[in-house]
Design a protein around this ligand. Sequence first.
Ligand code: SAM
Length: 255
Amino acid sequence: MNDNGNSREMAHFGYRKVPAHEKVHWVLRHFDTVAGKYDLMNTILSLGIHLVWKRTAVKKMGLKPGDRVIDVCGGTGDLSVLAARDVGPSGRVVLYDINRSMIQAGAHRMIRPSLGDCISFVQGDAEEISFSERCFDAAMVGFGIRNLTYPEKGFQEIYRVLKPGGKLMCLEFSRPISPLFRRVYDWYSFSVMPWLGELIVGSRLAYTYLPESIRMFLLPEALCSLLERVGFTQVAFRRLTNGIAVLHLGVRGGT
Ligand SMILES: C[S@@+](CC[C@H](N)C(=O)[O-])C[C@H]1O[C@@H](n2cnc3c(N)ncnc32)[C@H](O)[C@@H]1O
């Protein structure tokens, strides 16, 4: 796992500072805690809206039958299932995630006759993707990139495994743009979410990390600059639900 060789460097796990080389273990523990109730919590916390965002995001990728797609930080596989429907039996979707419990929690939804054997699972670190370069037509990362120790490294890896002209889709939480809505959202995030986390998952801490990690992550314009620095072209973003989530799209340039 990547520690960029500097054992004294620090990284954020929510608002908490942890040694950079340890962050991945904090993230692993977090998702071990929430895996069993992850889908249920997503639906309750977002009132089901996360599925609308995910459908919109996959539609925007314009996948074609036969495409090869990687779902980085794929978790329980909502995006993989949607992509599998678009690429069809001649295509392939690789759900790539570091956490075995998350993959296992969603596997039953991906192994079903209507999807054939289109989806496969690979456990691995997004900062060191275990595929050779230029082997995917499209890559997506949904609500995962902010968990990485070095998000830029994750995007570099995604760039590397995409074919020239391959599409990137990144869906990530952000902050509402309306000041009034933001105040309500902040109250909801720091009062209701941890309370529900305690009630349903038995961990207040797990659902304190969620809003904190969102506040620590890049704003949409800064994420655009990061993607362009990595080499993506045609980078654009669209806010969803007043900016609670943001959809970024980009294309791998070069030949
Ligand atoms: C919030 S979940 C998102 C799951 C899914 N993409 C979705 O939209 O519902 C974030 C996922 O990122 C994974 N993850 C975190 N750090 C990772 C890393 N370094 N490499 C690969 N996956 C990672 C976690 O295990 C978790 O399954």
